[in-house]
Design a protein. Structure first.
Lengths: 290, 286
């Protein structure tokens, strides 16, 4: 099949390049493990969940560092859960709006707007959250920079993901289903609830899971609005620090075991996302077989 | 879809109202954000702001060095990621269609890579490029880190573009006895331009807006970079720094945000235009 030398050269080159692209993920995991090894060895994995507090820097001064990641873990989980709970209904409603409710031109305009919203850099969302949203929340309930602000800013950021992906799965519902529903004389909402949403369920679930991954990994916007106090929040008005924000805040000056501990939190992030991908594949696979 | 007007009951009407309200709210929030950025930022924009260096940690002066650093980081990122990305996409679309172990491994790795959070890219870039390879905090480290980040976006779109090329083209080329390389250069790549452009636009968007991965790879020195080995502060890092660490830097942060978003739009339009002229022309001529 490949007679000419140039073809064989080309194929070899393409194969090398593909191997390089595939190797990036392995390299990331390898470097995360190598860099977190000192902390995992000298501190042990358990202490990241049982230590009394997060004071990793005191280890550098010869004292005993404390490495409790639980507050950050809760910060990440709480802000993500809040954002997903808000963005899911709003995103699905937006998708339904585009597909079934809006006149054609308005739907196109709204879709363009959602696409623009996905293109806005996260630091701009953070800027707006810091200077507009957080002061508004402060008027209501100080201190303003809080879990609530983080949840709201994340909601705005992941809503377009949920909406656009859900819409494409609404679009893939077979036309015959809709015609069948119309022939039965179902109202618009009855059609959506009884026919469209069940048929598009797999795609919508995948959309929500992808958005969840984005919320877990988001750094800058949350860092700028959530207040960054290392504590387990008691209400939505308490400031929190997420795992991602913790890395961004401390990597600049972290040394030795402290730096290594930050790589451990990176590893924890990767594990959370791997679990999420596994979940998505499990659900997606199950749906496809059903 | 045509809905019979007589067939609406109260749940139907309620849902209609809720859906319209949602769309209005989302539109409102979008306009609120854009309006807020424009209202605070426009007054700070001037020719001097675009070319001067910052003074008083950014409260005065301009963002010239940041614009240069941003474009350099983007340049490094694209120079590395486009050849690798297009090559991988060609391999996946043309040579590994049926799958095979290696093909599946590559695809799976790219799917995982697409889900890696930007701060983890920052950790990785800092460990590999800055320290292990000894590049330090530099534009080169930042660009290489971003290249890893945008690879999955480029590859996916480019592969989709290649798959959209009708099989007739390939069959006709084979019948004419063209070599695979010739088919690739003369037919497949030009025909797959739209996919490549989508990938480029997505990748550039992600790279220009990125902050977390650059904080600890390209660094935040706000001087004009002298070479790729210098640390350079990008626009997005500048916005972050002004907003968080410089009291009174807010309006400058807004103005920088306008420049960043304008840059995004300009680079995107330019990319589409150039790619279209450069690649698409070749297939229409031959």
């Amino acid at each position: 099949m490949f007679r000419s030398t140039s073809d064989r050269l080309l194929l070899g080159l393409l194969r090398c390049v593909s191997a390089l692209a595939a190797a990036v993920v392995m390299l990331i995991v390898i470097f995360l493990v190598i860099e977190s090894w000192p902390a995992l060895r000298s501190v042990g994995p358990l202490r990241f969940f049982t230590d009394p507090s997060w004071h990793p820097a005191s280890a550098a001064g010869g004292g005993a560092g404390r490495f409790n990641l639980i507050p950050m873990l809760i910060g990440t989980l709480a802000s993500t859960a809040g954002a997903v709970m808000l963005a899911t209904p709003l995103g699905i409603a937006s998708a339904l709006f585009c597909r079934f409710y809006a006149p054609k031109r308005i739907a196109t305009g709204y879709r363009r707007l959602l696409e623009l919203l996905t293109g806005i850099p996260s630091v701009v969302f953070g800027l707006w959250g810091l200077l507009v949203l957080a002061p508004l929340i402060r008027q209501w309930h100080p201190p303003g920079q809080s879990l609530l602000a983080g949840v709201l800013i994340l909601t705005v950021m992941i809503l377009p993901t949920v909406a656009l992906l859900s819409e494409s799965s609404l679009n893939s519902v077979p036309r015959a289903y809709l015609r069948g529903a119309a022939a039965l004389g179902l109202s618009r909402w009855a059609t959506i609830r009884g026919v469209v949403l069940p048929a598009a369920r797999g795609g919508i679930v995948t959309a929500v899971l992808l958005a969840t991954g984005r919320a877990i990994g988001e750094t800058m916007a949350v860092l700028m609005v959530a207040g960054n106090v290392v504590q387990v929040p008691h209400s939505v008005f308490d400031p929190v620090r997420t795992l991602t924000a913790n890395i961004a805040l401390e990597l600049g000056y972290a040394m030795d075991i402290h730096r290594s501990a930050l790589f451990v939190s990176g590893l924890v992030l990767m594990m959370m996302l791997a679990a999420l991908i596994g979940l998505a594949e499990w659900i997606g696979g199950g749906r496809m077989n059903a | 879809m045509v809905w019979q007007p007589g067939r609406t009951d109260w749940p139907d009407r309620t849902v209609t109202v809720v859906v319209w309200l949602t769309a209005l709210t989302v539109t409102g929030v979008f306009l609120w954000i854009v309006g807020d950025v424009l209202r605070h930022g426009l007054s700070g924009l001037s020719w001097g702001f675009l070319i001067e260096g910052p003074r008083d940690t950014g409260r005065a002066g301009g963002i010239g060095p940041m614009i240069v650093s941003t474009l350099l980081v983007l340049g490094v990122c694209l120079a590395v990621s486009v050849p690798i990305g297009v090559g991988t996409a060609v391999w996946l679309a043309e040579f590994a269609r049926g799958g095979g172990l290696f093909g599946r491994l590559v695809r799976w790795s790219l799917d995982v890579l697409a889900g890696v959070p930007s701060i983890v890219f920052g950790l990785f870039g800092n460990a590999l490029f800055c320290i292990y390879l000894g590049m330090g905090f530099s534009i080169l480290s930042g660009g290489l880190t971003l290249a890893c980040m945008v690879l999955p976006l480029l590859i996916r779109s480019c592969e989709a573009g290649l798959r959209a090329v009708p099989d007739d083209y390939r069959k006709a080329a084979t019948a004419l006895g063209l070599s695979r390389s010739a088919v690739l250069w003369r037919i497949l790549l030009p025909a797959a331009t739209p996919g490549l452009v989508v990938g480029l636009v997505l990748g550039i968007g992600r790279a220009l807006g990125e902050t977390a991965a650059l904080l600890f790879t390209s660094g935040y020195v706000d001087r004009m970079p002298g070479s790729l080995m210098d640390s350079g502060r990008t626009l997005s890092v500048h916005i972050y720094d002004l907003a968080m660490n410089v009291p009174g830097g807010q309006n400058r942060a807004y103005a920088t945000a306008i420049v960043l978003i304008s840059l995004l739009l300009i680079v995107n339009v330019l990319t589409s235009h150039l790619a279209d002229r450069w690649l698409h022309r070749r297939i229409t001529r031959t």
